[in-house]
Design a protein around this ligand. Structure first.
Ligand code: B1M
Length: 217
């Protein structure tokens, strides 16, 4: 097995087991060996978190295990983020992004932000557990071209409707394109809440944003 393969295996295993220090070390080593940050992300880190979710679902992992795995992944993301987001060009537009009220999941949202920045958007991240009035205030303040809302729980997905209603009531709906996403969200659900689009992953989030804003791919 090559050192690169060992690094991917090590990243997967250590993220799965929530071992933050080796995840950081292996990420740094991978970068030093010129491995593609996207390979580290999509071939090791994200699959590890998917497995964490599966183990949680079948009752082998509990919240603390999910939490330390997420922390381990975040350590790697801090290193990878600036490498993926390097751009330097004039922004294509401004994207305001937040996780809805009641929901504190942020890894998927952060990954979308990194890819959007990498594609040339200016991203304003208003964090997690974002109340409808905070979305409205942030739209007034930052005047984004697009607003992204993430929800990762079936119980918080209905906040999309509440947020969109608040944006409509504030008279801002026609000034922004609204995208929704997150693990349990579907195109059908997107259609029922009146968003402009749904993207299943970070790459499609970039593609869809460009499409909605009329920016060539
Ligand atoms: Co939570 N959790 N969690 N969790 N957690 C899930 C989401 C769950 C699916 C696990 C499971 O049961 N298999 C489940 C939700 C079930 C459901 O409602 N359908 C769940 C649960 C139940 C919970 C708690 C309720 C557990 C409890 O307390 N009993 C609790 C809720 C807390 C809350 O928010 N109020 C909870 C807590 C946590 C932790 C805090 C421990 C931790 C989050 C840490 C953090 O984010 N900083 C955590 C984690 C880590 C997970 C799993 C394991 C991993 C999530 C993740 O980061 N995935 C997750 C299981 C899973 O998803 N397989 C799970 C990797 C990430 C890259 O993917 O988030 O899907 P994802 O994001 C993707 C796409 O969705 C998309 O692009 C991203 C990149 O490709 N995307 C968008 C995301 N946002 C988008 C926006 C867009 C477009 C695309 O446009 C705007």
């Amino acid at each position: 097995m090559s050192r690169e393969e060992e690094i991917l295996d090590g990243l997967y295993e250590n993220t799965l087991n929530g071992m933050a220090p080796p995840v950081v070390e292996l990420t740094k080593e991978g970068i030093a060996l010129n491995m593609d940050p996207m390979v580290l992300l999509f071939d090791a880190l994200i699959p590890a978190l998917e497995e964490v979710g599966r183990l949680f679902e079948i009752g082998e992992y509990f919240v603390p295990e999910m939490l330390i795995a997420a922390k381990a992944m975040s350590g790697a993301m801090e290193i990878l983020q600036p490498l993926i987001a390097e751009s330097g060009a004039e922004p294509l537009g401004t994207f305001l992004m937040g996780t809805v009220k009641g929901d504190i999941h942020d890894i998927g949202k952060n990954l979308c932000n990194v890819m959007l920045e990498g594609a040339g958007f200016k991203v304003i991240d208003i964090g997690v557990n974002v109340a409808p009035e905070t979305f409205v205030e942030a739209i007034k303040e930052h005047k984004p071209d697009a607003v992204g809302m993430s929800a990762f729980l079936t119980t918080t997905m209905p906040m999309f409707i509440t947020n969109i209603e608040a944006i409509e009531e504030a008279g801002l709906r026609d000034q922004v394109k609204i995208l929704v996403g997150g693990a349990p969200v579907t195109q059908e659900y997107c259609d029922t809440v009146g968003a402009d689009g749904f993207a299943p992953d970070a790459n499609s989030c970039v593609r869809l944003t460009k499409q909605l804003l009329g920016i060539p791919a």
